[in-house]
Design a protein around this ligand. Structure first.
Ligand code: DX5
Ligand code: ZN
Length: 221
């Protein structure tokens, strides 16, 4: 079934005020998931936050946490995020040694399992692996930084994934991440996205809650 989930990314929030920034997108018509970008300065050329911050954030908000691990060796680290109470833990296909085992570990720890592909990574190689996953995160920018421009060429992967889900071959939430804003969200929705990550479009403005509602309204219309 198609959904229109909005997942604000706290990468563009004020890291010294994370609880307030989460509250700003909370509430009944607020964020469906809170997207948490974990970067290790190795898989991507940027460093953000890790397990201690996720553990604290889990206590500070009721919004389900969507942890996007842009890290090397997710085989070792991913399950810790599930144990910390993340709702969904997404690892990168390019970094995963044994993606099927990771998915099983995540589910056994009570989380949804997500697999992400960078813009240049084809979906074909991962179709069988994706049978073990709950979420597919299609990157629509090179991972590492917020505020980059949307890459429409990745929408072909979204269409392929949508087809595989709609024909019953896979059961996945199709999520997109990077450059999603008022100008790009509709083409992503038309291609078949269920869950939209938005960082700068939500947190760069004065009213993050209003930005979340406006994005959702655009894809529901
Ligand atoms: C980038 C991160 C994204 C980022 C998106 O590597 O994975 O989640 O926060 O930021 P925007 O929405 O500004 O492109
Ligand atoms: Zn992300």
């Amino acid at each position: 079934a198609r959904q229109a989930l909005i997942a604000p990314s706290i990468l563009s929030a004020d890291f010294a005020r994370l609880a307030e920034e989460a509250a700003a997108v909370g509430g009944p018509d607020g964020a469906d998931w809170l997207h948490v970008d974990v970067m290790d300065a190795h898989f991507v050329p940027n460093l953000t936050l890790g397990l201690p911050v996720v553990k604290s954030l889990r206590k500070a908000t009721e919004i389900p946490l969507d942890c996007h691990l842009m890290i090397e060796d997710p085989d070792r680290w991913a399950v810790g995020y599930a144990e910390a109470g993340a709702y969904n833990v997404t690892v990168h296909a390019e970094a995963a040694g044994d993606p099927v085992k990771i998915a099983k570990d995540l589910r056994a720890a009570g989380a949804k399992a997500g697999l992400s592909v960078k813009p240049g990574t084809p979906l074909e190689s991962y179709v069988d692996v994706l049978k073990h996953y709950d979420t597919l995160l299609v990157m629509s920018v090179e991972p590492g930084f917020g505020g980059q421009s949307f890459m429409p060429e990745v929408l072909d992967k979204v269409r392929t994934a949508r087809r595989l889900v709609d024909t019953g071959h896979l059961k996945l939430v199709v999520e997109i991440d990077g450059g999603i804003n008022a100008d790009t969200i509709e083409q992503a929705a038309e291609a078949g996205v269920d869950c939209f990550v938005a960082g700068s479009a939500v947190y760069d403005g004065k009213d993050p809650g209003k930005a979340v509602r406006a994005l959702r309204r655009q894809v529901l219309d």
